[in-house]
Design a protein around this ligand. Structure first.
Ligand SMILES: *Cc1c(COP(=O)(O)O)cnc(C)c1O
Length: 376
């Protein structure tokens, strides 16, 4: 390989849209509209239109988006919020930070996502909300989760940081974008996410005017009129420069998803027949935007060996995630230990994510898959 392999190649992606991005950034600087400049509102409108949602409220990052969403629900300390055990820490962190109680569930070993059946087992009289995570780029099976939420009168906040652009199909035939189905959806524009900016960024999505108003107010120091603070809020804004970049990149998002899908299809055909690993299974009701292409090794002992082997061949790979939430120092409770979330615990020892991005060439894909095939 004459080009060094990377998990994502943001530089090559930038070079293809450089004139538009550079011009967009320069315009913000020329206008000196660094905070809440026109590009922010334009981006909110563009993203709402893309998603088919009524309101998009940009904010500083995906973690803030989750925190602001939970604040907007008006929950009380001690209220329980259900989250998957197999996720990035941000999802559970904000729950704990707000003095709410994260209640973990195991996940479906096929899709890596939580399911209505797993959620129902942990619902109590204190449960107020569910935060499904659309992990690695495909929707959790959200229709039964919404039905459950209705039955128990719970809020649903979709963590869409990894699945922006994915489509979920309802049993009625209706198709909707991930993040627009729950009461509030959140997402992240961290550079390596599918719609990434050149720094930090995030957004909240809702169809509910009341939530939209609360979210806007909370993200802006709890004020809707300058210097009159109605609630305790935070300071969480998307920089105008980031919004300007995102306006350019949003136009490319479907193309980016298609490129990632092509890589995944190639990996599937090349790796599908190998008996010591499993290629990622698809959630039938969702498209997959492949934030990650995640293999499962059948033998735990193979995982780190394959990772090291690939590394020796100049191929990066990543373990998302090596430690289940309930075994993280910060989330340990006396009530839960090893063995309590067996599927998540097993996945943490067996998953390996391969490079997947919008700029992968034939030679790179070939080299990666032929190297994997020569591991055993
Ligand atoms: C990236 C990510 C977040 C947090 O986003 P930031 O913008 O980094 O704060 C939250 N949840 C999930 C599932 C993520 O992958």
């Amino acid at each position: 390989m004459n080009r060094s392999l990377q998990m994502v190649d943001l530089r090559s992606q930038y070079l293809k849209i450089k004139p538009e991005v550079d011009e967009a950034i320069q315009r913000v600087i020329d206008e000196s509209s660094f905070i809440n400049g026109p590009a922010v509102e334009v981006f909110a409108t563009n993203l709402a239109e893309y998603l088919g949602a009524k309101y998009v409220i940009p904010c500083a990052n995906g973690t803030d988006a989750l925190q602001i969403a939970l604040m907007a629900l008006g929950l009380q300390p001690g209220d329980e919020v259900i989250v998957p055990c197999f996720t990035y820490v941000a999802t559970a962190e904000v729950i704990a930070l707000l003095q709410l109680k994260p209640v973990l569930t195991d996940v479906d070993p096929k899709t890596f996502n939580i399911t209505a059946e797993l959620i129902e087992k942990v619902i109590t009289s204190k449960t107020r909300a569910i935060v499904p995570v659309h992990l690695f780029g495909q929707s959790a099976d959200i229709e039964p989760i919404m039905a459950l939420a209705k039955k128990y009168n719970l809020y649903v906040v979709e963590d869409t940081a990894q699945a922006i652009g994915a489509d979920y199909s309802f049993s009625t035939g209706e198709v909707r974008k991930c993040g627009t189905i729950g009461h509030i959806g959140t997402t992240s524009f961290f550079p390596s996410k599918n719609l990434g900016c050149y720094g930090d960024g995030g957004a909240l999505v809702t169809d509910d005017a009341d939530f939209a108003g609360k979210i806007k107010m909370i993200a802006n120091h709890g004020q809707s009129r300058k210097y009159y603070h109605e609630v305790i809020g935070v300071n969480s804004r998307l920089d105008t420069i980031q919004a300007a970049i995102l306006n350019v990149k949003l136009r490319e998002l479907d193309k980016y998803a298609a490129s990632r899908s092509d890589v995944a299809a190639f990996y599937d055909t090349q790796l599908g027949g190998i008996d010591w690993l499993e290629i990622p299974e698809r959630e039938k009701k969702s498209t997959h935007v492949f934030h990650q292409y995640t293999l499962k090794l059948k033998q735990q002992t193979d995982r780190n060996q394959l990772k090291n082997y690939l590394e020796s061949k100049g191929i990066p790979s990543m373990v998302y995630y090596p430690v289940p939430l309930h075994l993280q120092e910060a989330f340990k409770t006396p009530a839960k230990g090893v063995g309590d979330y067996p599927i998540t615990e097993s996945l943490c020892t067996r998953v390996l994510s391969l490079p997947i991005h919008t700029e992968m060439g034939e030679e790179e894909k070939e080299y990666i898959t032929s190297s994997i095939k020569s591991f055993k």
